[in-house]
Design a protein around this ligand. Structure first.
Ligand SMILES: Cc1ncc(COP(=O)(O)O)c(C=O)c1O
Length: 446
């Protein structure tokens, strides 16, 4: 597989050319990566163009992922999500009607930002009452079917997150079948699942019937932070491909990082050679580790092959306490909250890493189980559109003083950036309780 971006930049770095162009470091090695950090000079292509070395590298990625079109993002899935929604709304919006998207409530903040920027309404698929963790929203094909059947005016698309932050995977194949029955595109936030394509049997959303999906390449593949994809399926509306690039450029910087693009470019070479075998070995190792953790008495959640989600409540610890314990043993996890601790191994974790993790977990003694006292997320009461609330004059108040007020800016905790209260919704007692449980003590209201 060719690596046109890496080849161009390496050759430029070695050429000794005088750099009277951006960036200001002029290729002088100060931090270390500067010689390879260029901008759109002659021959270097342009991220939002269909020609040149970047487009050629994107075509390589498209071949690997089996898509009609794969676009690079140097601003993660956050940019791909806004582009995906802008593409769906711009292509499918009907004159005189407000566009509505049917979406799982565990949507990432980027989805809410897209709703505010593009101005669409959301009909939420709410989590069941057993889903105490904000990361999860167990949507079955029947839930989508029932929601669509009950909507007098059909949405323009269905949007779900799979895998979620805690490693739960939805039945994308089943959900896509329902979407097809209603002639609606299925859009998937697959930020956590780029690697799913390279399992011995692909579980990637595009292979399971999604029309478009985002992948954060950087989350699970050997790619620098910020590298991502927007995939468009061969079965999707052909207008999506025509619209997507131009729309992406509206949300993105005009100075995309060539360091990140080289990393996406080089990743193609790995994906086409060694990565699938290494992944198979890693999946098997992670599976053994999961069994060993279960044998110690911990409960696990999620079904994603390369994520280890410990639900330590039944072992007598909160996720945050367990994270602190691991930290004391020089292990940093991906995410913790009162209910869960998430570890994200990859093919690059060593045998020693797993041994140290298992040893650290074995040091803890089982305690009395902790019961979750968090109410399930209530059905939201919408007072105004997301856009109207997000762009209104607002003020910050203590959450205890927010009851009955309208949420101005969507409230999320830094990780996992999933909304607890959405712009335009009324703040209720239950929401206040949930906000405090996730250590959010102030909220922006109108
Ligand atoms: C489910 C989900 N979607 C989207 C994103 C945004 O991804 P990125 O950080 O690549 O912009 C994240 C980030 O953690 C996420 O967890």
């Amino acid at each position: 597989m060719t690596t046109p971006i890496c080849d161009f930049v390496t050759s430029y770095a070695l050429s000794g050319k005088v750099r009277f162009h951006m960036p200001g470091h002029k290729g002088v090695s100060i931090h270390g990566a500067e010689p390879l950090d260029i901008t759109e000079i002659n021959g270097a292509g342009y991220l939002y163009s269909d020609e040149g070395i970047i487009a050629e590298s994107e075509r390589n990625a498209s071949m690997l992922f089996g898509t009609e079109r794969t676009l690079y993002s140097t601003e993660g899935s956050s940019l791909s999500i806004k582009t995906m929604l802008a593409t769906a709304v711009t292509t499918l919006k009907k004159d005189g009607e407000r566009p509505v998207i049917l979406a799982g409530r565990n949507a990432h903040k980027a989805f809410l930002d897209a709703a505010a920027l593009i101005d669409f309404d959301v009909k939420w698929l709410m989590p069941g009452t057993d889903d105490k963790n904000i990361c999860s929203c167990d949507i079955a094909p029947a839930d989508v079917e029932n929601a669509l059947a009950a909507m007098p005016d059909k949405p323009i698309a269905v949007y779900v997150t799979s895998p979620d932050y805690c490693g739960n995977m939805l039945d994308i194949e089943g959900i896509s079948r329902v979407c097809r029955e209603y002639s609606l595109p299925l859009l998937v936030d697959n930020a956590h699942g780029a690697y799913l394509k390279f399992l011995s049997k692909s579980l990637h959303p595009i292979d399971l019937g999604a029309d478009m999906c985002c992948d954060s390449a950087h989350k699970t593949l050997p790619v620098y932070t910020g590298g991502g994809y927007l995939h468009i399926s061969r079965n999707a509306d052909t207008r999506f491909v025509k619209n997507a690039k131009a729309l992406m450029s509206m949300f993105a910087s005009t100075s995309p990082s060539y360091i990140i693009m080289q990393s996406l470019d080089l990743c193609n070479a790995l994906l086409s050679t060694t990565f699938p075998t290494e992944l198979e070995e890693a999946v098997s190792r992670v599976n053994t580790v999961k069994n060993e953790i279960t044998e110690m008495g911990y409960a696990l959640g999620g079904d994603e092959p390369m994520k280890i989600t410990i639900l330590p409540g039944s072992f007598g610890y909160t996720g945050d306490e367990l994270a602190e314990h691991l930290r004391e043993n020089d292990i940093e996890c991906e995410y913790s909250d009162p209910f869960a601790l998430v570890l994200m191994p990859s093919v690059y974790n060593s045998e020693d890493d797993y041994d140290r993790l298992l040893f650290a977990l074995s040091l803890l003694n089982k305690r009395r189980a902790i019961e979750s006292e968090l109410p399930a997320l209530p059905e939201p009461v919408v007072a105004m559109s997301i856009r109207q609330a997000a762009f209104s004059l607002s003020r910050r108040v203590n959450v205890d003083d927010a009851k009955g007020l309208i949420c101005g800016r969507t409230a999320v905790c830094c990780q996992p950036s999933i909304p607890l209260a959405v712009s335009g919704e009324l703040i209720t007692d239950e929401i206040i309780k949930i906000l405090k449980r996730y250590s959010i003590f102030e909220i922006v209201v109108l």
